[in-house]
Design a protein around this ligand. Structure first.
Ligand code: ARG
Length: 464
C-alpha cells in the first residue's frame, strides 16, 4: 500500500522524514470516524446523481461499512500518507480495486473533506463539553441550596470586605459558567454548516447535490460560498475563544480552591483523589488538579492564540498552513473537556468549613459598611459623613459606642449618643448574619434572594 495521490504529477520516493513532516495523521485520528461518514454521504449522493456506476457504489459501500463496524485498519494511519483522507482512500483502493476505489473522490477535494470532518468532530466535542458544564452548574446550584445560611467573608482586593454567604459565592460561578455555555451553544450554530461539495475551492462541474449530503450529515445548512467554505476556520477560532473564556472562569474557581484549602485560609478541604503529596514532605496534601487546571487555562488560551495567528495572514483560499491549526483545536478542546469534567467532581466532593467561614466573616471590620448604612438610616446622615465616622473609629483600632461617638464629634460635630445611638444598635449592625439578611435586593446574598435565585437558575439550567 502506498500514497497513490502523488503518482501522476510527482516523481521519486519521498523519504519518511519529509513525509512525516507533511503528514497530519496524528491530528487526523480524531476525524477518522467522521471521514468515513463523509465518505458514505458523498458516495450515496454520487450514486443518486448517477455519477458512479451501481456496482462500484456497492463495492465501496461494503468496504466503508466494514471499516465503520470493524474499525479502520492500522495501515490507513501510516504517516507515509499525507492525511487520513489519503489513508482511507488507499484502503478502499486496496479492498475494492482501483476501478471502484478510485471513483469516490470524484467532485470533491481533501479541502472540503477535511473542513467537513473537522466540523462534524467539533460538533460532538461541543456537546460533550456542554454536558460537563451542565453537570458542574447543577452541582454548584445544589451546593448553594445547602449553604444559603453559610455566612462567610466576601473579598475585594483579597481583603475582607463584606459578609456574604457561600451560596452567593457558588452561584456567582454558576452564572459565569452559564454564559460560557451560552457562548459555546451559540458557536455550535455556526459550526454546524456544511462545506462539502466545495471541492478544492471552486466547486465542481458535476451535478452534485450539496443539499443531500448536508442532510445526511446532519448539518443545519450549507456554506454558501465554496471558496469561503474550504478556507474559513473562524468556526475553530470561535470555539477556541469560547473555551479560552470558559477556562479562565474555571481557573478563577481553581485559584480560590487552592487559596481556600491552604492552612492560612482553611475554608475547604478537597477530596484526596484530586490531590497529591510530596516526595519529601510527608505531611503534604497539595491541590494538584486545581493547579494543573489553572495551568491549562493558559494552554487553551495559547491554542487560541496559535490558531488565530495561523489564520491572520492567509490569502484565499486553501493553504496548507490550515493543517497546522488543527492540533491547536484538538489541544484546546481536549484540555477543556477534561478540565470541566474534573472540576465538577472536585467541587462536588469538596468539604467546606462553615465555622471557619463564619469566624472569618466577623474579622477585618467586614461589617463596617452596614454600620455606616445604619447611621444613614437611623440618624439621617449623608453616606459620606457616616463612612468617615466609621472609618475613623476603625482607625482607632475598635468599633465601640465610645469610638463612634468620638468620631462623630470630630468629623461632624454631633453627638450620636444624644441622638439615640446605643451599644445594642452597633452590635446589631456589626452582626454578620443580620448584615447578610438585610441584602434582600435581587442578586444579593439574603436567604430570600438566594432561594429565588436558585429557583431561577435551576429553571435556566434545564433550558440550556
Ligand atoms: N491534511 C490536510 C489538512 O488538514 C487536508 C487537506 C489537504 N489538502 C491539500 N491540498 N494538500 O488541511
Amino acid at each position: 500500500r502506498h500514497d497513490q495521490i502523488r503518482e501522476g504529477r510527482l516523481s521519486g520516493n519521498r523519504n519518511a522524514f519529509i513525509a512525516r513532516y507533511l503528514s497530519s495523521m496524528d491530528a487526523d485520528r480524531r476525524i477518522a470516524s467522521p471521514d468515513l461518514r463523509v465518505d458514505m454521504a458523498h458516495l450515496a449522493m454520487l450514486k443518486q446523481q448517477g455519477l458512479i456506476p451501481a456496482e462500484h457504489a456497492k463495492l465501496l459501500a461494503g468496504a466503508l461499512l466494514r471499516m465503520y463496524t470493524d474499525g479502520i485498519p492500522g495501515e490507513a494511519y501510516d504517516e507515509r500518507f499525507e492525511d487520513i483522507h489519503a489513508g482511507i482512500e488507499g484502503e478502499l483502493i486496496a479492498e475494492a480495486g482501483i476501478d471502484a476505489g478510485g471513483r469516490l473522490h470524484l467532485a470533491r477535494s481533501r479541502n472540503d473533506e477535511v473542513a467537513t470532518c473537522l466540523r462534524i468532530r467539533v460538533r460532538e466535542d461541543i456537546l460533550e463539553i456542554l454536558g460537563s458544564v451542565s453537570s458542574l452548574r447543577k452541582i454548584l446550584i445544589d451546593l448553594a441550596d445547602g449553604h444559603a445560611k453559610t455566612v462567610m467573608p466576601g473579598f475585594t482586593h483579597l481583603q475582607h470586605a463584606q459578609p456574604t454567604t457561600l451560596a452567593h459565592h457558588l452561584l456567582a460561578y454558576e452564572e459565569a459558567f452559564s454564559r460560557d455555555a451560552e457562548r459555546l451553544f451559540d458557536t455550535y450554530t455556526r459550526v454546524n454548516r456544511s462545506p462539502l461539495g466545495s471541492a478544492a475551492f471552486a466547486s465542481t462541474g458535476f451535478p452534485i447535490d450539496r443539499e443531500m449530503t448536508r442532510r445526511l450529515l446532519g448539518f443545519d445548512c450549507i456554506l454558501g460560498n465554496s471558496m469561503d467554505a474550504v478556507s474559513g476556520r473562524d468556526f475553530a477560532l470561535e470555539v477556541l475563544s469560547a473555551l479560552t473564556i470558559m477556562m479562565a472562569n474555571a481557573s478563577r474557581l481553581c485559584e480560590e480552591l487552592i487559596l481556600w484549602s491552604s492552612a492560612f485560609v482553611g475554608f475547604v478541604e478537597l477530596d484526596d483523589i484530586y490531590c497529591s503529596t510530596s516526595s519529601i514532605m510527608p505531611q503534604k496534601k497539595n491541590p494538584d488538579c486545581a493547579e494543573i487546571m489553572r495551568g491549562h487555562a493558559g494552554t487553551v488560551a495559547g491554542a487560541f492564540q496559535s490558531a488565530l495567528i495561523c489564520m491572520k495572514g492567509l490569502p484565499m483560499s486553501y493553504n496548507r498552513d490550515l493543517q497546522t491549526l488543527t492540533p491547536h483545536l484538538w489541544n484546546g478542546i481536549s484540555h477543556t473537556a477534561a478540565s470541566m469534567e474534573i472540576l465538577a467532581g472536585m467541587v462536588q466532593t469538596a468539604v467546606f468549613d462553615k465555622e471557619k467561614m463564619y469566624r472569618e466573616s466577623e474579622r477585618g471590620f467586614s461589617t463596617a459598611t452596614e454600620l455606616a448604612d445604619t447611621l444613614v438610616r437611623d440618624f439621617g446622615l449623608p453616606f459620606r459623613t457616616a463612612h468617615n465616622i466609621v472609618g475613623r473609629a476603625v482607625r482607632s483600632g475598635e468599633i465601640t459606642l465610645s469610638t463612634i461617638e468620638e468620631a462623630g464629634k470630630e468629623i461632624a460635630g454631633i453627638s450620636l449618643k444624644e441622638r439615640g445611638l446605643t451599644e445594642d444598635r452597633i452590635r446589631k449592625a456589626l452582626d454578620p448574619t443580620l448584615v447578610v439578611a438585610a441584602k434582600r435586593v435581587a442578586g444579593g446574598p439574603a436567604e430570600e434572594a438566594i432561594v429565588y435565585a436558585i429557583r431561577l437558575r435551576s429553571g435556566l439550567l434545564k433550558k440550556h
